[in-house]
Ligand binder design. Structure first.
Ligand SMILES: [Zn+2]
Ligand SMILES: [Zn+2]
Length: 318
């Protein structure tokens, strides 16, 4: 559904101009005004990335995230807690295997809320050898959406013999090269729907030179396209020192050139971050040339207009 209406200037909204395109946000709806005065307004896209207290570094339960999402005007979201994994993989940052049933129950509790559609998802780390577990476990669950993530470039055993992630920010080019090699391996497994926070290493240290970055990123985007994977615009970077979304606008443009679909995620680790900075993210997607975003049900992707208004009532009746 397309809507053309002028809400700019009403209420206590925000108005901005980015690269000559006017945009405004009023009552959780964004409006974009192009040069000729055409204005498009819609609700924000679904937030497909948030966590729970089960991962030991986030707060709250899915129902709290769902309420917060609904309160800020979102009509759809996905819970994507860090996946359980066999010991000894990084137990400090994920739920335990025997907590997964509780996670499923909590997501069901959120799905019972009116006014917001809640998808059952997971953020699954790729690491060397993970297919032995994930290859069997992921398809056995009734997930709507599986994010694939790399958080570290190598793992070390600590004193308790747990595998803990390490990111070596001193070796800039080496670390970025290892990171993107892992993203390509992740894509090649065919286990994931979407690549999360694609250029995350910029959080931990400097970027490589632009030509090196390009030589690493483009083949990695090709691997995502080959695997028919989507790409997440992750707004958590606006809360980090890097102060921009993952990935950069340049990478979003290259992704769009390859026909890689996008979805949006706040990566909320507390409920009040749901939908955070989504207006900026939508604007960036439009600047990168995107007109559509991806929506998921039971791991099947449907493309929607970036400015479409979801019709909750109609879909509930199906
Ligand atoms: Zn986390
Ligand atoms: Zn992550």
């Amino acid at each position: 559904m397309w809507r053309t209406e002028s809400k700019a200037g009403r209420g206590d909204g925000v108005q901005c101009s980015v690269f000559g395109i006017q945009w405004s946000v009023v009552d959780s709806r964004y409006s974009v005004t192009y040069g000729a005065g055409m204005e498009i307004s819609s609700v924000l896209p679904p937030d497909y990335h948030c966590h729970t207290l089960l991962c030991k570094h986030a707060e709250g339960r899915p129902v709290e995230y769902a309420r917060a999402a609904r309160d800020c005007g979102l009509t759809e979201m996905a819970c994507t807690e860090h996946n359980p994994a066999p010991e000894p993989f990084d137990p400090e940052h994920r739920m335990d295997l025997d907590e997964f049933a509780r996670y499923r129950e909590w997501v069901s509790e959120a799905q019972a809320l009116d006014g917001i559609r809640v998808l059952f998802g997971i953020e699954a780390d790729y690491y060397e050898g993970c297919e032995a577990f994930l290859g069997k476990w992921l398809p056995e669950q009734d997930f709507d959406y599986v994010l694939g993530s790399i958080h570290y470039t190598r793992y070390e055993r600590d004193n308790g013999h747990r595998l803990t992630g390490v990111f070596d920010a001193n070796d800039v080019e080496g670390s970025w090269a290892r990171y993107f090699a892992l993203v390509r391996e992740l894509a090649a497994t065919g286990l994931y729907d979407v690549s999360a926070h694609f250029d995350l290493p910029k959080r931990f240290g400097p970027l490589p030179k632009p030509d090196v970055m390009e030589s690493l990123v483009k083949p990695t985007l090709d691997a995502l396209a080959q695997a028919d994977m989507g790409l997440e615009i992750n707004t958590s970077g606006f809360t980090h020192d890097v102060n921009e979304q993952y990935p950069s606008l340049t990478i979003l443009r290259w992704a769009n050139e390859r026909g890689i679909p996008i979805s949006f995620g706040s990566d909320a680790h507390r409920p009040e971050r749901m939908g955070g900075d989504f207006e900026r993210a939508v604007q960036l997607a439009i600047e990168a040339g995107y007109t559509e975003r991806a929506e998921y049900r039971k791991r099947v992707r449907t493309m929607r207009s970036l400015t479409a208004t979801p019709d909750l009532a109609k879909e509930s009746a199906e």
